[in-house]
Design a protein around this ligand. Structure first.
Ligand code: ASP
Ligand code: MG
Length: 405
């Protein structure tokens, strides 16, 4: 079997943990598996490096920032190679420019355009465990660029696609994806199998288990993912296409319930119902790089529209100020704001073929006296925005209603 394994920061948090990863790899290597390992920086290291750049100047150049933060992964890669050699396992580290992993050149949030497989495959064929630092790539102009937070996942998947691995395993301190947050809902169960679409929606709904871009890439190339723990040798969550992952998923309508607390809602009253006004409201937000999540528009009396949307809590103040300015410009009414809302989503591929899932969600919440402020849906997801104080109640009652555990 040819497998790419990615170890997150907590799995390589210190030299002891690096040694236990090496011990595990050594066993697997002697069983005949071919392995490429992608590592994150030691836990907390990327934050520490970012903080250092901010201590030096308030105006950090993106180019030099990437030069600094890309080093975290190099340290863990080199240390893991040393730990393997210490055990007599042939191991070689390849940095992104040595492979090369070619990016689009955007600092801080690059996309990977190409991964050359030759050098990787040559070293694997010679019996080496090849270790690659995640998160970094090299632009066509030879610049070091990083892939955005959580980008090591994407490095791993891109390499797995390039070497045609059987599977990409994502190791971290969690042993899989759960049907809801176990801290909020005691009955949360580990999900054995998910489709790519479900995993994307779960990642998009705020779970930081795996970078969305990594899941998109895996889906595009039909590469199976296995999200599992580096601390226990147990099955995690397998992510593959619907056909490959059939069985368990076949008769389940809702797979997971997610919640995010970091949301804020902005409502603009009495927006004149004229073509192009929504664009005028949202353009300043996108220009300021503010990501708008849900948008809901209602026609009210006299051809005026009420428009509400949610943004990340961190962007709340800025979004509010920008919206107040635009609302005045276009002759809209009051701008109202709520900083204490949460978003609850139910996710499942079964929704494609089952009617009434949204209705069941709304009824469950109504029975608990939870008022729904906004609703949005995709083919396999229904999300609602509610008062933050009802978050736990909502998650638990939905978990029960959809028989998730
Ligand atoms: N070290 C980077 C981060 O903390 C990349 C990664 O771990 O995936 O975001
Ligand atoms: Mg991560």
């Amino acid at each position: 079997m040819l497998v790419v394994q990615k170890y997150g920061g907590t799995s390589v948090a210190n030299t002891d943990r690096i040694a236990s990863v090496a011990a595990k790899l050594s066993e697997q290597h002697s069983s005949g598996d071919k392995i490429v390992v992608v590592v994150s920086a030691l836990a907390g290291e990327t934050d520490r490096l970012l903080a250092l750049t901010n201590q030096v100047t308030s105006d950090v150049s993106e180019r030099e920032r990437d030069i600094v933060v890309s080093t975290g992964e190099q340290v863990s890669a080199g240390l893991l190679a040393l730990a393997l050699k210490e055990r007599g396992v042939p191991a070689v580290t390849l940095l992104s420019f040595q492979i090369p992993i070619v990016t689009d050149g955007v600092y801080g949030r690059s996309k990977i355009n190409a991964v050359a497989a030759d050098r990787l495959l040559g070293l694997i064929e010679k019996g080496n465990v090849v270790i690659v630092p995640g998160f970094q790539g090299i632009s066509p102009a030879g610049e070091i660029t990083t892939l955005g937070r959580g980008g090591s996942d994407t490095t791993a998947v891109a390499i797995a696609v390039a070497v045609k691995a059987d599977c990409c395993e994502i190791y971290s301190d969690v042993d899989g994806v759960y049907s809801s947050d176990p801290n909020v809902c005691g009955g949360a169960q580990k999900i054995k199998k998910l489709t790519y679409d479900e995993m994307l929606e779960i990642a998009g709904a705020g779970a930081k288990i795996v970078q969305m871009r990594a899941v998109e890439l895996a889906a595009k190339f039909d590469l199976p993912l296995h999200i599992r723990s580096s601390f226990e040798n147990v099955e995690g969550t397998r992510v593959a296409n619907g056909a490959a992952n059939n069985g368990e998923m076949g008769n389940r309508v809702v797979s997971a319930i997610t919640h995010t607390l970091g949301e804020a809602k902005v409502s603009v009253r009495k927006v004149p119902n004229r073509t192009g006004l929504a664009a005028k409201l949202f353009e300043p937000l996108s220009k300021s790089n503010i990501n708008v999540d849900m948008i809901v528009q209602n026609i009210s009396e006299d051809n005026k529209t009420d428009l509400s949307f949610t943004v990340d809590k961190h962007d709340f103040k800025k979004a509010l100020a920008l919206t107040e300015r635009s609302a005045a410009k276009i002759g809209a009414g009051r701008v109202e704001a709520a900083g204490d809302v949460s978003k609850i989503s139910i996710i499942g591929v079964g929704m494609r073929s089952h009617a009434g899932v949204a209705a069941q969600m709304f009824e469950t919440l109504a029975n608990e006296g939870v008022d729904i402020q906004l609703i949005s849906t995709s083919e396999i997801k229904v999300s609602v925005v509610i008062d933050m104080k009802f978050t736990e109640l909502a998650v638990r009652s939905l978990h029960k209603a959809f028989a998730l555990g």
